[in-house]
Design a protein around this ligand. Structure first.
Ligand SMILES: C=C1C[C@]23C[C@@]1(O)CC[C@H]2[C@@]12CCC[C@@](C)(C(=O)O1)[C@H]2[C@@H]3C(=O)O
Ligand SMILES: O=C(O)CCC(=O)C(=O)O
Ligand SMILES: [Fe+2]
Length: 343
């Protein structure tokens, strides 16, 4: 059974995937959660936006209002860095389970380390997935994983986070400008005290012996303002009302930007926080990198921060909420968390 401390850690410990040949029953999801993907010939395609296009701002706002997700080219992140971050992540997940477990994240709020986040504690089934979250520097954990060879991992993750942060700033400025949110609010990003309002989450989905009955990630929305995904291979699907599940095409040079619950709340429901899930496969080990960006932990976010909304006299559909409180709601209600913030 283990000590109470072991019990508390239970939900964050993934399976030792290397040691299993058949899938345990605890990983079998009801069919409705893994139901079929849209297969019509007229499948609507997710917007692809070139950031260097003079119309990029307009296209991004349109995508935020209609899809809540878009693929971004012309983003300026070097291809080499994207490949390096993927190969460093793979190096980490290929380590023996007992080694990875030495860097287990704490069960509370977001922190650096291995394991599944507390927000997955309420899920009815287990996931064919393991994760490693990085908030700021990962040097303490990397030293444990590779005592004599940790610098390469740290340098790559630091550089990638630096470039992601700059890209997020650019996108958020553009979106906040449209919502009429003041420069002071945008300065969240420039305040050194708010260094950790972002996390780079590395996802690993090992080859699965029974992929049609398992899930890598169940249908969910992210808590973030926005998340920048580097998903080099297929597996990510999004849900569109009236259409169903749509498979995203892998585009090696593009980054995928998906909006999260906090932009949905800030925009008073105008921007879509896209429902998405990850399917697994039998053939290859899928890796993805997600850079989640939030407001500072204790900052009270309300639709009324948007001058555009306040001036138009719209009634707020969501009450003011901090990320800290929201994480608690997410851990209890997962996919339905945002409906618990409705006024
Ligand atoms: C940075 C974070 C957001 C996240 C929880 C976490 O601490 C690490 C992983 C993130 C993720 C990814 C999959 C979906 C999600 C809901 C989850 O369970 O873990 C999100 C979390 C979130 O957005 O709240
Ligand atoms: O693996 C993916 O493609 C998506 C991961 C994801 O949705 C997340 O980390 O929130
Ligand atoms: Fe997600």
């Amino acid at each position: 059974m283990g000590t109470p401390a072991d019990q508390a850690y239970k939900h964050v410990i993934p399976l030792d995937f290397g040691s299993v040949k058949t899938m345990p029953d605890s990983f079998v999801w009801p069919e409705s959660e893994s139901d079929e993907v849209y297969s019509g010939t007229d499948q609507p395609s997710i917007p692809v936006i070139d950031l260097t296009d003079p119309n990029a701002s307009k296209l991004i706002i349109q995508a935020c209002e209609t899809w809540g997700i878009f693929q971004l080219t012309g983003h300026g992140i070097p291809r080499k860095l994207m490949e390096e971050v993927e190969s460093e992540a793979k190096k980490l997940f290929d380590l023996p389970a007992e080694q990875k477990l030495k860097t287990l994240r704490t069960p509370g709020g977001p922190s650096t380390g291995y394991g599944n986040p507390p927000s997955q504690a309420s899920l009815p089934r287990k996931l064919w997935q393991e994760g490693f979250t990085i908030m700021g520097s990962a040097v303490d954990q990397a030293r444990v994983l590779w005592p004599h060879d940790y610098q390469g991992f740290c340098d790559t993750m630091d550089e990638y986070q630096k470039q992601m942060k700059a890209l997020v700033q650019q996108l958020i400025r553009l979106i906040f400008k449209y919502l009429g949110i003041s420069e002071e609010e945008v300065n969240w990003f420039d305040d050194p005290a708010n260094m950790c309002n972002a996390a780079l989450h590395l996802n690993s989905y090992p080859p699965c012996p029974d992929p049609t009955r398992a899930l890598g990630l169940p249908p969910h929305t992210d808590s973030s303002l926005l998340t920048i995904l580097h998903t080099p291979t297929e597996g990510l699907q999004i849900f569109q009302e009236g259409v169903g599940w749509i498979q995203l095409q892998a585009k090696p040079d593009a980054l995928t930007v998906n909006l999260g619950d906090f932009l949905h709340i800030l925009s008073n429901g105008r921007f879509v926080s896209v429902l998405h899930r990850v399917m697994v496969n039998q053939k290859f080990h899928r890796i993805s990198m997600a850079y989640h960006n939030w407001p500072p932990m204790n900052f009270l976010v309300s639709p009324l921060l948007s001058k555009t909304l306040a001036d138009s006299g719209q009634v707020p559909k969501y009450r003011p909420i901090t990320l800290k409180e929201y994480h608690g709601i997410k851990a209890k209600h997962f996919q339905h968390a945002v409906s618990f913030v409705k006024t």
